[in-house]
Design a binder for this molecule. Structure first.
Ligand SMILES: Cc1cc2nc3c(=O)[nH]c(=O)nc-3n(C[C@H](O)[C@H](O)[C@H](O)COP(=O)(O)O)c2cc1C
Length: 169
C-alpha cells in the first residue's frame, strides 16, 4: 500500500476479531509513532501499550465513546511528557501527529484502529491518569484501540474544492 492509498482508504474500525497483533507489527506501529514530526523535534511522547484484557474492558467505564476496547487486541495510550517540552504548548499537536502515524501504520498492516479523544476533556484525562498511574507530568492525549477488523467500512471521498483557497480567503 502506498502512502496516499493508506491515507485515502483508512476508516475508523470499531469492531475487531479475536486475533492477536504480532509483536513485530506492534513495534513497527510504535516506530511509526515515534517518527512523527514534532515542534523543535522535541518528541514529547510516551506510549502505554494496553494488552491486559481487564484494563481494556475497564476503559469504556471511564470513557463513554470507547466501547470498541472490548474487542480490541490492544490499545495504545498516547501521552505527552511535559519534561520533554522544548517549546511552549506544542506537545498536543506532536502527539496528534504520532496518533495519526499509529493509525496509518496499522492500516498498512491490515490492522484497524480508531482515535479516541482524551485531551482536553478534564474528566477523561483525570480518569485515565488514575487508571494508568500516570505521574503529574504525563498527560493522556489520545487512545488508539487496535485489532484485525471485524467490519468493513466503505472508503469515502471527502475532497471539497470549496475548502481550498489560494493566496487569500
Ligand atoms: C480528536 C478525535 C477524537 C475522536 N474521538 C473519538 C471517540 O471518542 N470515539 C470514537 O468512536 N471515535 C472518535 N474519533 C473518530 C472519529 O469519529 C472519526 O475519525 C470520524 O468520524 C471520521 O471517520 P473515519 O475515521 O472513518 O474517517 C475521534 C477522532 C478524532 C480526530
Amino acid at each position: 500500500m502506498n502512502t496516499l492509498e493508506a491515507i485515502l482508504t483508512r476508516r475508523s474500525i470499531r469492531k475487531f476479531k479475536d486475533k492477536k497483533i504480532p509483536k513485530k507489527i506492534l513495534n513497527d506501529i510504535l516506530k511509526a509513532a515515534m517518527h512523527a514530526p514534532s515542534a523543535y523535534n522535541q518528541q514529547p511522547w510516551q506510549f502505554i501499550v494496553i494488552d491486559d484484557r481487564k484494563l481494556l474492558d475497564e476503559i469504556p467505564n471511564i470513557h463513554p465513546h470507547s466501547d470498541m476496547c472490548k474487542t480490541a487486541a490492544l490499545a495504545i495510550l498516547v501521552c505527552a511528557d511535559l519534561t520533554k517540552e522544548q517549546t511552549k504548548d506544542m506537545w498536543a499537536f506532536d502527539c496528534a501527529a504520532a496518533t495519526q502515524n499509529i493509525m496509518l501504520a496499522a492500516h498498512d498492516n491490515n490492522i484497524g484502529s480508531v482515535w479516541v479523544g482524551i485531551y482536553f476533556r478534564k474528566n477523561y484525562m483525570d480518569a485515565f491518569k488514575k487508571l494508568f498511574n500516570l505521574p503529574q507530568h504525563i498527560i493522556p492525549i489520545s487512545l488508539v484501540p487496535l485489532g484485525y477488523p471485524d467490519e468493513e467500512i466503505e472508503k469515502v471521498d471527502r475532497f471539497k474544492k470549496d475548502r481550498i483557497h489560494y493566496n487569500s480567503f
